[in-house]
Write a protein that binds this ligand. Structure first.
Ligand code: FES
Length: 177
């Protein structure tokens, strides 16, 4: 066999190898793309449970809360693109506990234009939330008072009590009526 022939053969083998690797790699990539949703779907209940556990934040002993609203500040760990503040993202809530132990945790974000509402923030309106930006008002359950700018009640946080401690979870949006 001449040198030319040998060179052509080795070139042929390396080309064949190249094609094998390329097609094999592409096949593996396509297979993983097709399989990923199935694997993700089967693991979903476990991931959801984990997410749910992670989404509740301990805000302290439940008996520190009474029928008078208390302002609570806490931090939520979550990924937001490349931005991961060390303490997490700050959240705030107005929390009260009724005589029967029911917890109501309200978002202080006004449903008009997102200012912060304050419990009894205006001495003229007792037992109400007041928004200083445009005079928005909400009753003691966070329901907007007709005739004032907000068109929907304050959003609520999910809550749970475990071993005497209160945990706040995700915000549950409330819409009008
Ligand atoms: S932002 Fe609250 S009333 Fe306008």
């Amino acid at each position: 066999m001449g040198d030319k022939e040998k060179g052509r053969r080795s070139e042929g083998i390396s080309r064949r190898r190249f094609l094998t690797y390329t097609l094999g790699g592409t096949g593996a990539f396509l297979a993983s793309t097709a399989l990923y949703p199935m694997v993700r779907f089967s693991a979903d209940p476990f991931l959801k449970r984990e997410e749910e556990r992670a989404s509740f934040v301990d805000v302290g002993p439940v008996d520190q809360f009474s029928e008078t609203y208390k302002f609570v500040r806490f931090f939520v760990k979550r990924k937001d693109g490349w931005y991961h503040p060390e303490k997490g993202f700050e959240r705030t809530a107005w929390v009260r506990r009724s005589a029967s132990g029911d917890i109501l945790a309200l978002s202080p974000v006004c449903k008009h234009l997102n200012c912060t509402v304050k419990w009894e923030g205006n001495p003229r309106f007792k037992s109400e939330f007041f928004c200083p930006c445009h005079g928005g008002r909400y009753d003691e359950n966070g329901v907007n008072i007709p005739g004032t700018p907000p068109a929907a009640p304050l959003d609520r946080y999910e809550t749970k009590v475990e071993k005497g401690r209160l945990y706040l979870g995700k915000i549950v949006p409330r819409t009008r009526g």
